[in-house]
Design a protein around this ligand. Structure first.
Ligand code: MUC
Ligand code: MG
Length: 410
């Protein structure tokens, strides 16, 4: 017998049934009498902004003299504007997306998929992107952040509450010592301790000769002693044989954490290192998507994960990686791509909701920049970033500074 059923909401079996998220709840008519969804996305603007750093920031793959942000302004028909940021390090030196590719891809491919769709339904909007766009997690993260900011403003709720609710109001923040000079790094660390800004220091190594790098790290740890946690980030620069020796030296000299010592492509090597290193191994570049996190956890390739909204596709996406880590007993660290204020707060709102964040965060991006484009910069005090409960991401743009700092200014 034919058991074909016609839904009560559908007049004809030829008419496709509406998905629940396609219901037009808050409609109004535009000037031409056409029905519009009040929270429909009307425009998405991308703006590249170049901001100088306070000093050269030396990583294994690139030395930064400035940081380039891609600012995203997403406007909805109800007049609400959401802000997002998509930021990487050193053009294409760090990841698969550059500021220029992020801007082009959002303008050319993301925006047409989103215009006219409901900005208040973040699941549906992100699913729509996911169906048509592979990878591009940095750009997706900027868009997801802007959608969350807009919806938070619409509902009068901070983004942390849209993500299920915060369990803390502030996050301890590490500082990266990356001047390339031991004495300068020690002086910088002492200044940060005096200012009560940071007592966790991450040292960027891997660009130089290994024994010199190890001597540099040990000298800094000796100078700071128990007053600070000292960690290193190798940014994939070592091969496995070097890493085996270096991890032993670092672990026996009081270094608390070793971030991405070898290439993301050598996952079996990460498993072996994680098994023998006296200091925990943290995965950073190894995670380029949520599925990477799952495979690393399954294989036992790291005992700590660096969580980055940009590498997972947004503040909601990064919480999926956090859930995988929690289920696997892997420690969590709130990472950064050295975003400005918008990306930093988008990350912070997600990290505020985590059950445990044993390794704290490194959300210091705005402090590395000489300028920002926000009216109120993020608040750092007593070794922590304090996050307000204002709606959305809780920030507003300084339009004059933006007009001055945008790359395409007239
Ligand atoms: C990275 O690899 O972790 C985070 C802090 C910093 O100084 O560089 C970034 C990128
Ligand atoms: Mg790193």
């Amino acid at each position: 017998m034919n058991t074909f059923k016609v839904s009560s909401q559908t007049n004809s079996i030829l008419e496709p049934r509406k998905k629940p998220y396609e219901n037009r709840r808050h409609n109004f008519k535009n000037l031409m009498g056409m029905e519009m969804l009040s929270s429909a996305i009307e425009s998405i603007e991308t703006i590249i902004v170049d901001l100088p750093t306070i000093r050269p920031h030396k990583l294994a793959m690139h030395t930064m003299q400035h940081q380039t942000l891609v600012l995203i302004r997403l406007r909805c028909a109800d007049g609400i504007e959401g802000l997002g940021e998509a930021t990487t390090i050193g053009g294409l030196a760090y990841g698969n997306e550059s500021p220029d590719s992020i801007k082009t891809n959002i303008d050319r491919f993301f925006t047409p998929l989103l215009l006219g769709h409901d900005g208040a339904n973040i699941n549906a909007a992100m699913q729509r992107l996911e169906r048509s766009i592979r990878g591009n997690t940095f750009a997706k993260s900027g868009i997801e952040s802007a959608l969350l900011d807009a919806h938070g403003k619409r509902l009068g709720l901070p983004v942390s509450e849209l993500l299920g609710g915060r369990v803390r109001d502030a996050l301890p923040v590490a500082w990266t010592l990356a001047s390339g000079d031991t004495a300068k790094d020690i002086a910088e660390a002492e200044k940060m301790l005096d200012l009560r800004r940071h007592r966790i220091f991450k040292l960027k190594i891997g660009a130089g000769e290994v024994d010199r790098d190890l001597a540099h790290v040990i000298a800094i740890k000796k100078a700071l002693g128990d007053r600070a946690s000292v960690r290193v980030d190798v940014n994939q620069a070592w091969d496995e044989a070097v890493a085996v020796r270096a991890c032993r030296v670092l672990g026996s000299n009081g270094i608390d954490l070793i971030e991405q010592p070898i290439s993301r492509n050598n996952r079996a090597g990460m498993v072996r290192l994680n098994a023998i290193s006296p200091a925990p191994i943290m995965a950073d570049e190894s995670i380029e998507c949520v599925e990477d996190a799952f495979n690393l956890a399954r294989e036992g390739a790291a005992s700590v994960f660096a969580l980055k909204i940009a590498k997972n596709g947004g503040p909601r996406a990064v919480l999926r990686t956090a859930a995988i880590a929690e289920a696997a007993g892997i420690g969590l660290y709130g990472g950064t791509m050295l975003e400005g204020g918008i990306g930093t707060l988008a990350s912070a709102h997600a990290f505020l909701t985590l059950n445990t964040l044993s390794w704290d965060t490194e959300l210091f991006g705005p402090l590395l920049l000489t300028e920002d484009i926000l009216v109120e910069p993020p608040l750092y005090r007593d070794f922590q970033l304090h996050v307000s409960r204002a709606p959305g991401l809780g920030l507003s743009l300084d339009e004059d500074r933006l007009a001055f700092l945008r790359r395409d200014k007239a």
